[in-house]
Design a protein. Sequence first.
Lengths: 196, 601
Amino acid sequence: MSYSGISLFDLVIAGVGGQGTILASDIIGKAAVKEGLKVMAAETHGMAQRGGSVVNHLRIGCEFGSLIPLRSADALMALEPSEALRYIEYLSEDGIIFMNTEPVLPVTVTSGISSYPDINYIIDHLKQRFNVKAFNAVELAREAGHIQAMNTVMIGAISKYLPLSKEVLLDCVKLSVPQKTVDINVKAFELGWLQT
Amino acid sequence: MSKREFMLGNVAISRGIIEGGCQVITGYPGTPSSEIIDTLATMKKRDFYVEWSVNEKVAFEVAAGAAIAGARSVVTMKHVGLNVASDPLMTLSYMGIKGAMIVISADDPSCHSSQNEQDTRKYAQFALMPCFDPSNPQEAKDMIPYAFKLSNMFQTAVIFRPTTRISHGKSDVELGEVNEHRPQVKFEKIPERWIMVPSHARVRHPYVLQVYEDIRKELESSPWNHLELKKDSKIGVISSGVASVYVKEAMKRIGIDASFLKICTYPVPEDKITSILRQADTLLVIEELEPVVEDEVRIIAQKHGIITKILGKSEGFVLRHGELNVDICMNALSKAFGVPPITPEIYEINFELPSRPPVLCPGCSHRAAFYVMKKVFGDEGIYPSDIGCYTLGIQSGAVDTTLCMGASITISSGIYHAGEKHPICCSIGDSTFFHTGVNGLLNAIYNKADITVTIMDNRITAMTGHQPNPGMGRTAVGEATVAVSIADICRALGAEFVEEVNPYDLKSTEEVFRRAKNHKGTSVVITRQPCVIDLRRSGVRKPAFSIDQDNCTGCKACVKFGCPATEFDNELKRAKINNMCTGCGVCAQICKFGAIVEVKK
């Protein structure tokens, strides 16, 4: 759990370059600022964005640095299953994992250099130690209208665990996504919300 | 009414530039600095001049010219860019400026997107310029207007050094007032100031050394350095910049009660350092990268005859490489002061994760160019490369060296003149060619290096976030300008073999590379094809390709090409193309069985 007097809620968002991790952390951060809270966040830009592994740290109600110490995050939001494992060391003992179960295969796997772990095995493994909320957010986003709204599904799923109101979060979703995709994203948020 | 916004550090810095009333901003893109100019250049209304310059030396000099004429100016770059600009930096130090000038050089501890992790604070010491080292985005914004004032007060350029965690950190930032006053711009002819001939330089050097001490006194009481003396504690901690917030959190977590000095300006505040040295028996210095503060603390202690035990990098408490974090700071504190450490139990994962290195995008034309290059020059070929997206050609086996901007052509020349017998084919991007490749090519041609230079012209500066360059016919703010022809430059430099080719057309590209390889002397191949990301953003959509399962033999030739859009289905033993396909059609040319076909609409 995030340390008392240091941060209200520490969140790690993991994913793959291009999945919308930055937009997800931006929406949650904006909502926290709207609620009058201090926010510190760290993002991956540059080289790592070209399909590489991406991790953002978001600390709500925090006035220290943006980097979350090991085993301190209240939640890990994984936009990709294997990326949940890559950053698991940040999650605290009683932390919660929100996981999209649809994988993005790295070139090392598609070209046959390495293999991708079995998704159910990943989930079972994590469930032995943590509270895991796993669901196919890409499917839900497709149902909402577009697979690119996957990150919004994830925000919807985590929303009731954040120290932020659903209305403010939804407002920030509406303000942050392209105008013509607002309806899709609102639906995506609600579908995510129903998962947890 | 106060206004708080959730901002990227670099956006906060650009806000500081506006609040400070800046008139001229120049720079060359480089992670993590690029979004400062990106933000300023895309503003709908602006009352300042902003440009992407062709390299950092050029950008630095344009900003210096503006400041000499009396304006407030800013130049932005990444840390290694300051190496390119170090020639004007070292003498502008003597010359000084008239208006105000801030040199923003963004450091990248841990090399997130860089070829080294040099510490800009060392340059500031070397150049005798003050340096600002912010600890969070709010401070970064607030420091800029202050830095303009200090620069003007002492008539010197000042250095501003954010690190990746500041530039690419995000936080709530309280906006300030915009300074509407603009200094008058009028170039005054003052030979002893603006003409650095030896007789003037000899006079300016001792003057600048004196001013450096005056600046130290001025910064001593600046709001960016903060001392908390604990009368009941005999231990002390000094930290600087972004590390100071990690240290604060670490002290709170492990429950250390110590005097604490936060330093965010250089030259360091000597009086505050003396105070904490006199209070503490043992003092730990924690800073990222070089022991800049630590060395100063040791010098100050000796100067004042203070025998406090000073701990830091030389004793191994903090490393001289890599970025810091709260865990590292907690370890250093507990080791230094004998406090029980908090070692979190690490959750072991007992299976291997597939590595996920950054790769060239699906459909990127660089991959096609590398494929052909490798086919023509073979495994024995030598492939020096450069800084840009195409550095990711490592995956294609066609990148053998990467040193610094523009070094592909020059390293190739050196390998050739050393007597290497295997053919040499180097790669450099369009923006990097304009940056420092031109000089290297001129030198190669003049000195008769028998090499092939591939200029991978994707019509944009892609890796740093798609900034325009001189080849595109558009300035930073989107105004039309001359589109400089790379081929014409090469011919003007004296190249006798210059060919442009579309790298998506594998057959023609191969034919051109074969002739280039056979050409005696320096040959230039320009592979020209717009960046796939930029093309997509401009609304261009090509039909995707798919695999005809009946014709696919499962030979994996297309999969080995390495495009993220091609996968191999292990159960069906057939290749497949996923939804990332951009329709470049290169894999269809690679397939010998005609199994890859365009999807009919």
